[in-house]
Design a protein around this ligand. Structure first.
Ligand SMILES: Nc1nc2c(c(=O)[nH]1)N(C=O)[C@@H](CNc1ccc(C(=O)N[C@@H](CCC(=O)O)C(=O)O)cc1)CN2
Ligand SMILES: Nc1nc2c(ncn2[C@@H]2O[C@H](COP(=O)(O)OP(=O)(O)OP(=O)(O)O)[C@@H](O)[C@H]2O)c(=O)[nH]1
Ligand SMILES: [Mg+2]
Length: 444
């Protein structure tokens, strides 16, 4: 708790835009010294929330030096992003301008902000909850429209509403529960006891459904991983290069060309996908190749989708049993009748050389990414933190269902509520804050 009260006494600043890029750099300020710093720098502080052009001055030992002509915004607390007195200095983006302004801010008592500190203050001042703060972090990082939508929904409180709704129901159940404790059993209508049990059962199954989502929200947030595995020379690196639209991996006629794991990030069906090319799977005495093959298996194990590539002329079975798709390659060369006939849902035929089958293959991948992240119904959880919290909550509800005594059941319900409270940030989260906000970029 100590550093929380300390935080609000300091005035922090950070560049909110990327350093060294663009025409304008936005310097953000938040904290109690904001007004006096603005006043010292520009003499006439603009009207609240009214963008105004001002000359920015550095005054030292009676010398007055012009630093920049900037657009200023002054947000008196609590009507600001952080809830504190804040300001924005829209500077010319040259690094020398930014450095000179930062130096003056420090000399006037402001300190550089930590990663995520503006948003952390917004949370500590009750303007947003923890789930919304995480949503903002995701929105800042979103690369695709689908990611933007998911992050925005969380920022707007979609997930918070879901968890608050559950917490509210638990509170009501708890109230019934207290009634059961306070009055002798005989006096209470049977229905109350049954009602309590039914609500717990329903909540429990709703949370299980929320957890059983195949990690859709987390997958969309972080992007998917598609592994390309198979025997040597199957055309794995050729396919990677084709999908990446550049020569990311070395391709040769020699079996065993690729040894390292090669990752390329692409966007498929509005989802960021990391394609991973791997060493060809085979028995080998070569130490380097052995290590590459070990890594290939590990990649396949952790991938969201595994494609096994095999030469269409290869009569062997797929060496990676847990693959999701068998891709028969080089169909521009001689292909046996059996191979052509053996096409199934799990098999596609391609040639990166002639382009044959590539459109169908690509649309299949896009369809797959959509399946892996598609959802209906309530907002999905988007982080491991959420998964752990809801799992904890489910465990308490499970115990509550097993309890004979109302007193013990009440305790489990209280613990279940606490798990939800930690997710929204309503209770006991001091220990989490550094982890959560530390992942933000500076200036957020
Ligand atoms: N220049 C700039 N652009 C930005 C932000 C910012 O801080 N500065 N944002 C942030 O990172 C986002 C917008 N979010 C914001 C949310 C609340 C307030 C705010 O000042 N709210 C006050 C006053 C509202 C009003 O003007 O009526 C409030 O809610 O009381 C500002 C930005 C995205 N764009
Ligand atoms: N005719 C034809 N040749 C192909 C096709 N795809 C790949 N090749 C050739 O097959 C050979 C091996 O291709 P790679 O992409 O290096 O195969 P790989 O699976 O990455 O091989 P390793 O890295 O050794 O495991 C190269 O000579 C490619 O030019 C194709 O569709 N048609
Ligand atoms: Mg290769």
């Amino acid at each position: 708790m100590e550093n929380i009260s300390l935080n609000s006494n300091t005035t922090i600043f950070a560049l909110a835009t990327a350093m060294g890029r663009g025409a304008v750099a936005i310097m953000r300020l938040s904290g109690p010294l904001t007004y006096s710093i603005l006043h010292r720098m520009c003499h006439q502080v603009p009207q609240p929330r009214l963008a105004s052009v001002r000359k920015l001055w550095k005054i030292q030992e009676g010398q007055k030096e012009l630093l920049d002509e900037a657009l200023l915004l002054w947000f008196p607390g609590p009507n600001s992003y952080t809830g504190e007195d804040s300001a924005e200095l829209h500077l010319h983006a040259g690094p020398a301008v930014v450095d000179a302004v930062a130096e003056v801010l420090v000399s006037y008592g402001a300190i550089p902000a930590q990663a995520g500190e503006f948003t952390k203050r917004a949370f500590l001042n009750g303007r947003i909850d923890l789930l919304q703060a995480e949503g903002i972090a995701d929105l800042v990082e979103a690369e695709t429209q689908a990611q933007r939508k998911q992050a925005l929904e969380q920022t707007e409180g979609g997930l918070s509403d879901l968890y608050h709704g559950w917490a509210k129901q638990l509170r009501e159940v708890l109230a019934f529960q207290e009634a059961l404790i306070d009055f002798p059993d005989e006096d209470l209508p049977q229905e109350i006891e049954e009602n309590v049990k039914r609500i717990i059962v329903d909540l429990h199954s709703e949370m299980i459904d929320h957890l059983n989502d195949q990690g859709r929200g987390e997958r969309l947030r972080k992007g998917l991983t598609f592994a390309i595995v198979g025997p040597p020379n199957a055309g794995k690196s050729s396919l990677l290069n084709y999908l990446a639209d550049r020569d990311a991996a070395i391709v040769t006629e020699q079996a065993g060309t690729t040894r390292d794991v090669i990752e390329v990030r692409v966007v498929l069906g509005d989802v960021p996908v990391t394609l991973v090319d791997t060493a060809g799977l085979r028995e080998t005495e070569d130490e380097i190749e052995k290590e590459g093959i070990k890594r290939a298996y590990k990649i396949a194990q952790n991938a969201d989708y595994v494609m096994c590539l095999m030469d269409a002329a290869d009569k062997n079975d797929c060496p990676e049993l847990s693959c999701d798709l068998l891709v028969r390659t080089k169909i521009d060369l001689n292909v046996s009748r059996e191979t052509l006939l053996s096409q199934s849902d799990k098999t596609v035929l391609i040639s990166v050389k002639s382009g044959e089958g590539m459109d169908k293959f690509k649309s299949l991948l896009i369809q797959k990414t959509k399946e892996l992240i598609s959802r209906q119904g309530p907002p999905p959880l988007t982080r491991v933190r959420h998964r752990l919290g809801i799992t904890e909550c489910v465990q308490h509800l499970q115990k509550a269902q097993e309890m004979e005594w109302a007193e013990l059941r009440g305790e489990e319900l209280r613990l279940a509520m606490q798990s939800l409270g930690r997710l929204t940030g309503a209770v006991g989260v001091e220990d989490l804050l550094d982890t959560i906000f530390g992942q933000f970029c500076i200036g957020k």
